[in-house]
Design a binder for this molecule. Structure first.
Ligand SMILES: Cc1cc2nc3c(=O)[nH]c(=O)nc-3n(C[C@H](O)[C@H](O)[C@H](O)COP(=O)(O)O)c2cc1C
Length: 238
């Protein structure tokens, strides 16, 4: 293989625009394929309105698995939407009430960080689909689509937690994925061996804690690994 094919250009940060990539290349941020890329951040969003939350605990497990892909390179952060006020109608141009609290901008600022290479979004299943808080959050992501797809090319994985073994987790996951496609995110499922559509976790009332769902947790870890792996691939080849 010729020398130029064995060398790759790495972004110092992930999710950068093409202009950013060109600028980085021009600045000489080039390294060989066996050298680590810059630091990458994977952010988890837990869309349950309550605390404690089995969804938040599951997203945390996925984040830790993502970090294990490359502990020296990957940072993780869990954002819990519980207690936050996010009004989805703002995305449609409906103004906030005069004294209405809006916690979305602070979350958006974290997502816009160019170091954020991946997202792991988790929702409880409510009547076969995502929570209203999750839907409001996804609607407010419109701000990124309108801003030249500002979170384009970040990697995204989705999980859902239901009180029934088959309570609508897959439909919930696919509904969230559908919204994320509209942001030009790179949607992934789990890596091997489960390698399916995203983990459906079972909050069985007989479990002492959600991590007792061994099948679900294995899939959650496979999702986290896949997000970490693909985030690194994108950072190397963008
Ligand atoms: C309004 C409501 C609707 C629900 N609908 C479903 C459902 O359709 N399918 C299901 O499996 N569980 C359903 N559940 C159970 C929750 O998905 C389950 O308790 C989940 O673990 C809650 O997540 P959390 O602990 O992160 O809040 C529902 C719970 C609520 C409050």
């Amino acid at each position: 293989m010729s020398d130029h094919l064995t060398r790759r250009t790495f972004l110092g940060t992930a999710g950068a625009s093409a202009a950013g990539l060109l600028a980085a290349t021009a600045a000489g941020q080039e390294t060989t394929s066996d050298q680590p890329a810059g630091r990458l951040k994977i952010v988890g969003i837990a869309c349950s309105p309550r605390e404690p939350s089995t969804t938040a605990a599951s997203v945390q497990v996925a984040l830790e698995a993502a970090k294990q892909v490359a502990p020296e390179q990957i940072d993780i952060e869990l954002i819990k939407l519980a207690g936050l006020r996010i009004n989805g109608a703002v995305a449609a141009g409906v103004p906030l009430e005069a004294d209405e609290r809006d916690d979305f901008p602070a979350v958006a600022e974290k997502l816009a960080d160019p170091a954020v290479a991946g997202l792991i979004i988790g929702s409880p299943v409510y009547f076969g689909n995502m929570s209203s808080l999750c839907k409001a959050f996804l609607e407010r992501l419109m701000v990124f689509r309108r801003d030249n797809f500002a979170i384009s090319n970040k990697v995204a994985g989705v999980l859902a937690v239901g009180g029934a073994r088959n309570g609508g987790q897959e439909l919930t996951i696919q509904s969230i994925q559908a919204a994320l496609f509209c942001q030009e995110l790179i949607i992934v499922g789990e890596t091997r061996p489960s390698a399916h559509f995203g983990p459906g976790v079972w909050n069985n009332k007989d479990f002492a804690q959600i991590t007792d769902d061994e099948v679900g947790m294995a899939a959650v870890q496979n999702l986290g690994r896949r997000v970490g792996q693909v985030a690194r691939l994108v950072a190397r080849t963008a």
